[in-house]
Design a protein around this ligand. Sequence first.
Ligand code: NAD
Length: 485
Amino acid sequence: MADGSTTQLHTQRMLIGGELVEGARTFPVLNPATEEVIGTAPDCDEEQLEEAICVAEEARGGAWAIPEGQQREYLLDCADAIHANAQRIGRLLTEEQGKPIHKAIAEVELAANWFRNTAALEIPEHTIESSPRAHIRVVHRPMGVVAAIVPWNYPIILAVCKVAPALRAGNTVVLKPSPFTPLATLMMGETLADVLPPGTVNIVAGGDDLGARLVNHPMVRKVSFTGSVEAGKSVAIASAAHLSRITLELGGNDAAIVLQDVDPRSAARGIFWGAFENSGQYRCAIKRLYLHHRIYDEVAHELVELARGVRVGNGLDPGTEMGPVSNAPQYERVLNFIADTKDSGGSFACGGATSKSQGYFVEPCLVEGLDNGARLVDEEQFGPVLPLIPFSNEKEAIAKANDSPYGLGGSVWTGDLARAEAIGRQLDCGTVWINQHGNLRPDTPFGGLKSSGLGVEYGLLGLLEFMDLQVISALRSINSVHQKG
Ligand code: NAD
């Protein structure tokens, strides 16, 4: 440890073919609250990656080629195993990612529930014709080996949102967590190793290059990727080589539009955590707030009060409500936005101090005086810095919200639901929330428009993205062919 204390370093192993394996090399993992090394992760080499993909392919035709009912039982066992280990996985998640411990444990519990919900999904068959002459059906079948690639903001739930449906669909998985947050995922792997047949789920750790090699492998039939737009484009290009299927969940710059009829206090409460959950490091956090000019001052005032009351600190402290920014590059990025905001004439209604002590802490920042065209408004900050922008009519707010290459989520806040929906339908985004923001559910599809992604995850539609579609077109008698001719 940096301070010379004797605290034991975490070491986790990869999961390949049911075995927990070391890497030939390791890389350090830091705690963003202390900037100390808390452990090491194995660095997956070429041979280990090859083995992980090959054992996944074998398991697909072997250990995992079992009746659907048995696969569902396994998913329920995964849920129980993760639930039983939620405290220790959650603690490690806080140590490497920074979020408050109760949020980390809740994330792990959500992952356990995601396994349960996914086990319950029914895979449909669709009949096109069922007549004395013909029986034509559309069925769904597994794709093969799925590569699941995940970022650092919600390492556990984002991994399980891929692993659970991939398994439910009959596929096997090679999962790669972010190099910033591999440890809790690898610990979850230990847990899954006790439950699943060998090779069904494999977890490898390493950098961006490992992700690129995984995506480029000809045996990988499907890539489910969550991360930045830039990396998502690389995945799309790589997938063309083998025409592997892809689902991309990429960045967002969600706008919230607040109409003049809201109660400022209750709206502010929902908006605040819609923006600052996980220190703003949430793909569908509110990243731009458009406030009707008649309620601007009151809502801004309430938001400032909330921001001043928030306890920012080490996630292991039970009183902490907001942890640090999760890693050094992201911290630099957020500090850059703060500096740019000052340079471009924005003012801080609260927050904005950048003096550095230990840990990547940033107080919640509420920024005034910027508009579309400023970096903080146009780009994805992915941190606790929220611009507040007044508007005077709905048309203007909709145009500004849509003035973005992103299209992940958006929200409208008003007591008039019909009006909210009318506005929502004009927003160019995959999900429109009304009087809430960022609420994701295992039964509801989620995906981005424009540069925010390709395809959807979650629910039945998300599950079907892990399956190939096949048509079974039968004539009931061979004679029918001749009759037709
Ligand atoms: P990132 O794209 O840098 O990395 C994400 C993952 O992809 C990591 O595991 C990384 O190692 C891997 N990777 C990087 N380059 C790759 C390549 N060329 N081929 C294959 N794998 C590669 O993103 P990040 O910095 O970890 O996460 C932050 C970004 O993720 C933000 O833009 C955020 O909006 C986005 N995000 C999106 C969603 C969503 O569902 N839409 C969810 C969470 C985060």
